[in-house]
Structure formats: structure tokens, C-alpha cells
Design a protein around this ligand. Structure first.
Ligand code: ADP
Length: 492
């Protein structure tokens, strides 16, 4: 037999769907109204039952007084059923107000007096007050203790006691039933109930309308945020959200969004600047190469002339290739596509390798390296990234140092870190420009850099790679005295 199983897909109810599409101000108003309605209902119910129990207590006291009177009239106690039974006329003797002394017309008996009824233990009425006419009071057989309850006589609500009557041996022989009409009390309780039932929907409706109004006014700044955000494009990133008057959460939300827009605007501007700088850096050598080649083809020239011009073009092309390499490297690290592979690296060995690579340039300027400090210092770093960092800092030190000067490398162990300082005796960096040197395409001074051939990208690569490996880079410098770059490695 083929058995198909169907999986129940939860279908959102109409209520859930409506709730999902509800606006924030309606939702706030709805939740607030539901909560308040529940609270009002609970408070009112408690109040109602408190009033009711107070009213019943008063009537129970009245009944108790009535019972005492009857007992004293009968010269009996509750342990004296025989006296009661003998006291046949106790009800007729009592002053009960029929309103009309004509006892024959029993149906017209008034209900605003107490009703009395004597029962034997098998539930038969032995005697009862005339005002009960043909009616009897409610009786619960088998009750062994006095019980108070509400019942109904002649269409009116009464409060009633059922009191067991005993013989000398303490055995229940019958019951004394006394009831008093609840009269106005019941009207008051009914009125109270009606006031609640009729006023409740009104209160809830007014509450909903008012809450909706207040919620609408309170969330107006959010609507401003939405309107501003909707209008925002790349072209008008400078627009900001108006701040609300009160310094509340919405003020903080607007201020936070404005700060985010500031940062986005800045980043966008930086990107624009970067693209412009990169195109400029590439366009200049291209224009130079194009111009040189155009001049060369105009007429035949000597072999030597060709050679020098082609050498010049090759140099420019090398510079372009170098720039493209650096741009690619930066793009790769900035897009976080390169995760550092951190391992224990012997710092002195990495330094030796970089020094070896830079030796020819250093020798050209007769620059001397001096290394101080721990030979066996290990640091946690990505080996290739670390070498790129060291190479950039050391090549700058050589580039910006005068011939026959010295570059000092110091490795120093601190309590929980290791610091490596590279100090040159070069031209230095003006103090106010120290913060900017890590920005992309930033060169301290075009004139003093002429001939050094840098693009202003080396230190931004250093900063990016150092951040990726949690290495701190700091710089101190004094113009015409020298510059010190310090790398602080976290403890290995
Ligand atoms: P560049 O390729 O131009 O050297 P960098 O990003 O490496 O670019 O450096 C940015 C700028 O910081 C340089 O143009 C230079 O003006 C300055 N600079 C960097 N290192 C040194 C140094 N050791 N001494 C003096 N100036 C330096």
C-alpha cells in the first residue's frame, strides 16, 4: 500500500500576518492597551470581590445577630434541638414584619425582612416564617458546621445561614435556616459590575487612541531617519539627520547614524582620492614614455640616442610595474583576503635576509648597519609579511639618509613584548606630518622626495600588515637628525 506522508507547513494565522504588517506606532499602542486592559480587569475584579466580601461579611454579622435573638427567644442553644422543636411558635412569636397583617394573603409577603426555617435532619421543614409563604429556603443536607451562602427567595437574592442543631449527645437533629434579603447591596454590586462592563471598552478605546497618538509623536524622529536614509545616495552623502530635541535613545540613534555617515563619507572621499592618486601616478610615466617614443619616431637618430631613450623608458616602466605591484598588494591586504600565517620567527634572521637584499643600495651610499640586542629573539609573525615590513622601513631609512651615515637596529625585550627599533641619521620628518605618513600616497614633501622615487605607499602597506599581525608601529623623528621606527611585537 502506498503511504504518503505530508509535512505540516506552518501557515501564519491572519492575526500573525496582520501583526507583522502593523506599523510600530500601532504595535506599541496595541501592546500597551492589551497590557493595561489586563491590569484594569485584574484590579477591578479584585476590587469587586473585596467589596462583595465586605458586604457579605456585614450581612453575615446581621444574620448572626438574628440567630442569637432567635436562640435567646427559644431559650435554647445550638446544642439544644429539643428545646427548639418544643418552641413551636418561635417564629410566630417573633416580630416579623409582613407589612400587611393579613396573613391569609401569604403570596404578598414582603421580602425585606428576615426569613426563618426549621428543618429536621431528614430535610423536612418543621416550621418556617410566614413571609416565606409557600417557598422554602435553600437547604444543603449533611452540613455539619454552620455555613453562609447566597441563595434566592421569591425572586430576590438573600444571604443565608444553615446552622446545625444538636441534641444533648451532640448528634445533629435538625437545622436552623435564617436568611436576610441583600436589598440595596445587591443593586450596588450590580451597578458596580455594570459600570465596569460598560466603561471598560470605552476606557480601552480612549487608551488605544491616546497611546497611538503619543507613540506616533515619539517615533517621529525615526520617520525622519527613514526619509533621510531614503534620499541618501553617493552624491549626497554629506546630508545628515536632524537631531531630536530630547537627549534620549532616538537622539543617540540619530547621532550614531550621523557618525556612521561621517565615517562613510570620509571613506568614500578617501577611496575617490586613492583612485585619483593611483591614476595620476600611472598617467605621468605613461605620458613621459609616450612623449619620448613619439619624439624618437619623428626622425632617424643615432644608436646612442636610441639606447639612452629606451633605457629611460624602461626605468619609467619599471617604476610603473613597481607601483602596480604595490597597489595590488595593498588591495589584497585591504580586502582582508590574506590571512597572516603566524609562526615563531627568529627576528635577527629575518633582519639579516632583508639587510642582504638591501646591501647593494646601502653600499652605493656607503651606509653602515649596526645591530644591537638579543640574537635569539623570536617573535610571533607571518615570515613573509614581517620581511615586507622590515624591507619598507629599512629601504626608507637608506633612501632618506645622507651618504656615509649609520643605521642602528636595536632589539630589546620588554616585560611582555619585544621592541625592534630602526634609527637612521637622515633628513627626519616634521612633527606635524608624523601622523600622515601612514596614509596612502602620502609623501612628506614632493621637493625633498624628488629623486627618491617613492609613491607614498610603502608605509601604508607596513601599517596594514602590522595591524593584521597585531604588531604596533610607532615613529619618532627630528628634522635633520634622524628618524626611529619601532615595531612592538606581542609576547611570543
Ligand atoms: P615612499 O615610497 O615615498 O617612501 P612611504 O609610504 O614609505 O613612501 O613613506 C611616506 C613618506 O614618509 C615618504 O615620502 C617620506 O617623506 C617619509 N619617510 C618615510 N620614512 C622616512 C625616513 N626614514 N626618514 C625621513 N622621511 C621618511
Amino acid at each position: 500500500m502506498n503511504q504518503t506522508t505530508t509535512q505540516a507547513i506552518p501557515v501564519p494565522s491572519i492575526f500573525t500576518k496582520a501583526l507583522r504588517t502593523l506599523s510600530l506606532r500601532h504595535r506599541i499602542a496595541l501592546y500597551y492597551t492589551i497590557t493595561t486592559a489586563l491590569l484594569i480587569a485584574i484590579v477591578f475584579t479584585i476590587l469587586f470581590f473585596m467589596v462583595e466580601s465586605t458586604v457579605y461579611k456585614q450581612f453575615d454579622e446581621e444574620i448572626n445577630k438574628e440567630v442569637s435573638e432567635i436562640l435567646s427567644d427559644a431559650h435554647a442553644t445550638t446544642h439544644d434541638f429539643t428545646s427548639f422543636a418544643r418552641f413551636k411558635n418561635f417564629i410566630d412569636d417573633k416580630e416579623v414584619n409582613y407589612g400587611n397583617k393579613d396573613h391569609d394573603d401569604k403570596e404578598t409577603a414582603k421580602v425585606d425582612t428576615e426569613f426563618i426555617q426549621l428543618m429536621n435532619n431528614s430535610g423536612q421543614v418543621m416550621n418556617k416564617s410566614v413571609n416565606l409563604s409557600r417557598n422554602v429556603l435553600m437547604f444543603y443536607p449533611g452540613l455539619t458546621t454552620p455555613a453562609y451562602f447566597s441563595s434566592s427567595v421569591l425572586g430576590s437574592t438573600v444571604r443565608q445561614i444553615q446552622l446545625p442543631l444538636l441534641n444533648n449527645q451532640g448528634i445533629i437533629k435538625g437545622y436552623l435556616l435564617v436568611a436576610v434579603p441583600l436589598k440595596n447591596a445587591i443593586i450596588v454590586l450590580h451597578d458596580l459590575q455594570n459600570v465596569f462592563l460598560f466603561s471598560f471598552p470605552g476606557i480601552i478605546l480612549i487608551l488605544f487612541v491616546l497611546t497611538r497618538l503619543i507613540a506616533g509623536r515619539s517615533i517621529r524622529p525615526i520617520e525622519m531617519v527613514i526619509a533621510t536614509a531614503e534620499k541618501m545616495t553617493q552624491e549626497n552623502l554629506h546630508q545628515r539627520i536632524g537631531l531630536p530635541r530630547h537627549h534620549d535613545e532616538l537622539y543617540r540613534l540619530s547621532a550614531t547614524i550621523n557618525a556612521l555617515l561621517d565615517r562613510m563619507h570620509e571613506a568614500f572621499q578617501r577611496e575617490k582620492q586613492f583612485t585619483a592618486d593611483a591614476s595620476h601616478e600611472l598617467k605621468t610615466p605613461l605620458a613621459v614614455i609616450k612623449g619620448t617614443l613619439e619624439v624618437l619616431v619623428r626622425k632617424p637618430r643615432e644608436q646612442e640616442h636610441y639606447e639612452t631613450r629606451i633605457q629611460f623608458c624602461l626605468k619609467e616602466l619599471n617604476r610603473m610595474a613597481q607601483l602596480i605591484d604595490q597597489l595590488l598588494m595593498l588591495a589584497r591586504y585591504e580586502s582582508n583576503r590574506m590571512d597572516p600565517r603566524i609562526e615563531q620567527v627568529k627576528l635577527s634572521l629575518a633582519l639579516e635576509r632583508v639587510k642582504g637584499r638591501l646591501q647593494p643600495v646601502a653600499l652605493e651610499k656607503e651606509i653602515l648597519f649596526k645591530v644591537f640586542g638579543t640574537e635569539n629573539a623570536f617573535v610571533a609573525a607571518d615570515p613573509s609579511m614581517l620581511e615586507i615590513i622590515l624591507e619598507n622601513i629599512l629601504s626608507n631609512a637608506i633612501k632618506y639618509s645622507p651618504p656615509r651615515s649609520m643605521i642602528t637596529i636595536t632589539m630589546e625585550r620588554k616585560s611582555s613584548s619585544l621592541a625592534c627599533s630602526i634609527t637612521d641619521q637622515g633628513i627626519g620628518i616634521p612633527e606635524e606630518k608624523l601622523n600622515a605618513i601612514f596614509e596612502r600616497f602620502y609623501r612628506v614633501d614632493e621637493s625633498r622626495n624628488s629623486g627618491t622615487g617613492g609613491f607614498g605607499l610603502g608605509l601604508s602597506i607596513v601599517k596594514k600588515l602590522a595591524d593584521l599581525q597585531q604588531i604596533k608601529v610607532s615613529v619618532t623623528s627630528r628634522e635633520k637628525i634622524g628618524t626611529t621606527f619601532t615595531l612592538t611585537f606581542p609576547s611570543a
